[in-house]
Ligand binder design. Structure first.
Ligand code: ZN
Length: 179
């Protein structure tokens, strides 16, 4: 069984005016990311929307020292970007909204349990940023024994060098299939 993990494709990470935006690189993957998401929904496969949720007043969270406040809980910056928002609204019952506090979708969440109870062994990853949240999710998935498929046309980063490095890392170090 397979699942799609759709990572951080929100206003703050993608829109031109987003706080921590990947800009054009992130906007360019919208069609491919939405197509893959729609295919998984149509096939009846498990679709997870793993979305950063932050409290800028949390003095204990390391990201508050590293980045400007982004994907703040209760703000429009956390809304899904572009057509993905419509797809989610139309198919909410088939999608699992996963709030996450750290880069990895597995960190401090019930994602592993949700996947295992569905006998899912193969994870397809899309979203942003290739070399931050997608990377950390992929590393955790690898360590938990999942097979990985990365959709190259549906991942992006604000850092082109980091993006390329991460794609090589997925393939050569995590044994991922890049399609
Ligand atoms: Zn964050």
């Amino acid at each position: 069984m397979k699942a799609l993990i759709n990572i951080d494709y929100t206003y703050d990470f993608v829109a031109t005016a987003g706080v921590l935006t990947t800009g054009l690189a992130g906007q360019k993957i919208e069609a491919a990311l939405c197509q893959v998401t729609q295919e998984f929904i149509t096939a009846g496969d498990f679709v997870v929307l793993a979305v950063d949720g932050h409290d800028p007043h949390d003095q204990y969270h390391p990201e508050n020292k590293l980045f400007p406040p982004h994907n703040v809980i209760g703000t429009s910056g956390r809304e899904l970007y572009g057509q993905l928002k419509n797809i989610y609204q139309e198919h909410q019952t088939q999608c699992y909204w996963l709030d996450k506090r750290h880069y990895s979708a597995f960190c401090g969440t019930d994602l592993d349990l949700r996947l295992r109870e569905r006998k899912i062994t193969e994870l397809h990853l899309v979203g942003v940023c290739t070399d931050i949240c997608v990377l950390h999710t992929a590393v955790d998935a690898y360590n938990l024994g999942y097979e990985l498929v990365i959709h190259e046309s549906a991942v992006a980063s604000f850092d082109a060098t980091g993006h390329m490095w991460a794609l090589n890392h997925f393939k050569n170090t995590l044994g991922a299939t890049i399609i």
